[in-house]
Design a protein around this ligand. Structure first.
Ligand SMILES: Nc1nc2c(ncn2[C@@H]2O[C@H](COP(=O)(O)OP(=O)(O)OP(=O)(O)O)[C@@H](O)[C@H]2O)c(=O)[nH]1
Ligand SMILES: [Mg+2]
Length: 572
């Protein structure tokens, strides 16, 4: 399945040829038929001798309707370039060829039309004329087929030529990210809003929840058609009509995009390459009123030349474009730039950066992902995927990180670990990026939420205060002279139990629990504080905080003035 555009000067026979090949008159409007002039895009389709299907987007040749031509050729796979043998190469032959070049069309053939009304010499001259003008373009060496759509001469050769052309023409790839630039929106009887366009990037299916951009309106697909056949789902590289729920046909215009929410970076600002046509008679600078043809739309833009102030005719450079509305763009999207004041095609290029963050004075955009990462240092893989249009795997946590930014954070984390010494670095004190980096470090031990170098002796395990507490379990000394940070860490790790300004060894609690269990076995109705105090040989001053710990751990429970068995009381 391919979508092929016509191109060529006004009246050279584009629509007549499409009609002859498909049986469908692409001129849809009464005025077009009456004047014999295409005004807006026309659509038709056919099956070639080999069974291959193709859709035509038929464009107007008249210079006044160039913006309609531009709306139709943005997403096509190939072109049929029409030159009338009666007239040869004309101004819009030239302009259409330039536009196709700028939009990156790389496949096509030439139909030399009206050959039945010229003699052989004329026809040969026209052929030479065409060969001259396509030299150095994608049409150099393309097949040139003599046809006459009125007599039917050459139509079979043209069909065979299209078959040969399309065998060698890649179809629009499916990257799971559909985008339909709308070229028509209308109300269909009984079914509501229908939009049409050339689908690229992925599939659409009935019941899909989609959004319309700009604006972000949520819509649902009620029905789909391609070539007037209803389908449940449809792949890229086709002309598609989408019946939408959730929007009136007047609220969608040519140039809007239909897509899945969350799959696109929407931007008002982009960096791009710009090739200026050699035929232009003035330089391109920020002065001038420009429109960019992006997708199927005509967009007013402000332009700034990067790395200079102007581009000369025939020169290629870099520009930053500012749009009036947010568009779903990815690097590689192509555009044509025209100047509205002079109504002339200035040039065109390729989107390089859909979210430029470097000031225009320093920006040097290119298509490389590494540049996008380097400019940011850290970028979430999901965001990078939107910015590049290519699926990106995270490197560290959810991020892709510039090598120098990663090295810097790594060094910081290592230094912090070394500074923390044998106690280890409290991982909770790190920010998420540092924590993600920590997880990538080899030579680090993680224990109880602290990171330290392996082999670093933990000073807490043999801490003298532990020995002091153990030596006097029921008359524990105060932590005088113990470093506060170490004490906090001892408590946090459960090496020391704190209660009400008194500190105990865990052994003290175990011993007390056993003693109490023994007493309660004999006296299950409860023990007085004095009984426990005497059994442990301690004083009230130490016993009350100790009982608070026993209660808190569920070893004992209070009942009035007595202590009875709690759920965690050990067996006697
Ligand atoms: N004899 C002859 N006449 C042709 C042929 N192709 C087109 N014509 C005539 O040329 C005129 C213009 O044809 P169209 O098909 O409308 O030309 P077009 O390129 O679509 O014109 P625009 O869309 O306005 O740019 C019509 O009167 C056609 O009948 C052909 O192959 N032979
Ligand atoms: Mg026409």
């Amino acid at each position: 399945m391919h979508v092929v555009a016509t191109a060529g000067h006004v009246d050279h026979g584009k629509s007549t040829l499409v009609h002859a090949l498909t049986g469908i008159d692409p001129d849809r409007f009464g005025e077009e038929k009456a004047r014999g002039l295409t005004i807006d895009l026309g659509f038709a389709w056919a099956t070639l001798p080999t069974g291959r299907e193709l859709a035509f987007v038929d464009v107007p040749g008249h210079i006044r309707f160039i913006k309609n031509m531009l709306a139709g050729v943005g997403a096509v796979d190939a072109c049929v370039f029409v030159v009338a043998a009666t007239e040869g190469w004309k101004p819009q032959s030239e302009e259409h060829l330039r536009i196709l070049e700028l939009l990156g069309v790389r496949h096509g053939l030439v139909a030399l039309t009206k050959v039945a009304v010229v003699d052989d010499d004329h026809r040969e001259l026209a052929r030479l004329d065409v060969a001259d003008h396509v030299a150095g373009t994608f049409l150099e060496g393309a097949e040139v087929v003599d046809v006459d759509a009125i007599t039917g001469r050459g139509l079979e050769e043209l069909r065979a030529g299209l078959d040969r052309l399309l065998v060698a023409t890649p179809t629009a790839p499916d990257v799971g990210r559909p985008r339909l630039w709308v070229d028509r929106s209308f109300a269909a009887k009984g079914s509501g809003t229908v939009v049409t366009g050339t689908l690229t990037g992925g599939r659409l299916a009935v019941d899909d929840e989609l959004v319309l951009v700009p604006g972000g309106r949520a819509v649902r697909v009620r029905a789909l058609q391609s070539h007037q056949t209803s389908l449940d789902d449809v792949g890229p590289g086709r002309r598609v009509a989408v019946n939408l729920v959730g929007v009136g046909h007047d609220d969608v215009v040519r140039g809007d995009a239909l897509l899945r929410g969350g799959q696109w970076h929407l931007t008002r600002r982009l960096d791009a390459s710009l090739a200026v046509l050699a035929s232009l008679d003035h330089e391109v600078s920020r002065r001038g009123a420009y429109v960019a043809y992006l997708g199927s739309g005509e967009r007013p833009v402000r332009l700034r030349v990067l790395g200079g102030s102007a581009l000369l005719p025939g020169e290629a450079g870099l520009v930053r474009l500012h749009l009036a509305e947010e568009l779903p763009l990815i690097p590689g999207d192509r555009f044509v730039l025209r100047e509205t004041g002079r109504a002339e095609t200035v040039g065109g290029g390729e989107v390089l950066d859909v979210d430029p963050i470097v000031p225009a004075s320093r920006a040097r955009p290119d298509r490389s992902t590494a540049r996008v990462v380097a400019e940011r240092g850290w970028v979430e893989a999901e965001v990078l995927t939107l910015l590049t249009g290519v699926a990106q795997e995270p490197q560290v946590g959810p991020w892709v990180v510039d090598p120098s930014a990663l090295a810097a954070t790594r060094a910081e984390v290592e230094r912090a670990i070394d500074d923390a010494g044998p106690l280890g670095l409290d991982v909770a004190a790190l920010d998420p990026k540092e924590r993600a980096v920590l997880a990538t470090l080899d030579d680090i031990e993680l224990d109880a939420g602290r990171a330290r170098r392996p082999g670093a002796v933990d000073p807490l395990v043999d801490h003298p205060y532990l020995a002091a507490l153990q030596a006097a379990p029921f008359a524990p000394p105060l932590p005088d002279g113990v470093d506060r940070g170490e004490l906090r860490e001892l408590v946090r790790r459960g090496l020391v139990l704190a209660s009400d300004g008194t500190w105990f060894a865990p052994d003290a609690l175990d011993a007390a629990a056993h003693t109490v269990a023994g007493l309660l076995a004999e006296q299950p109705d409860g023990l007085t504080v004095a009984q426990i105090r005497d059994a442990l040989g301690t004083s009230r001053k130490f016993l009350l905080p100790l009982l608070a710990l026993l209660d808190a751990q569920g070893i004992t429970r209070r009942r009035g003035d007595l202590r009875v068995a709690g759920p965690r009381l050990p067996p006697a």
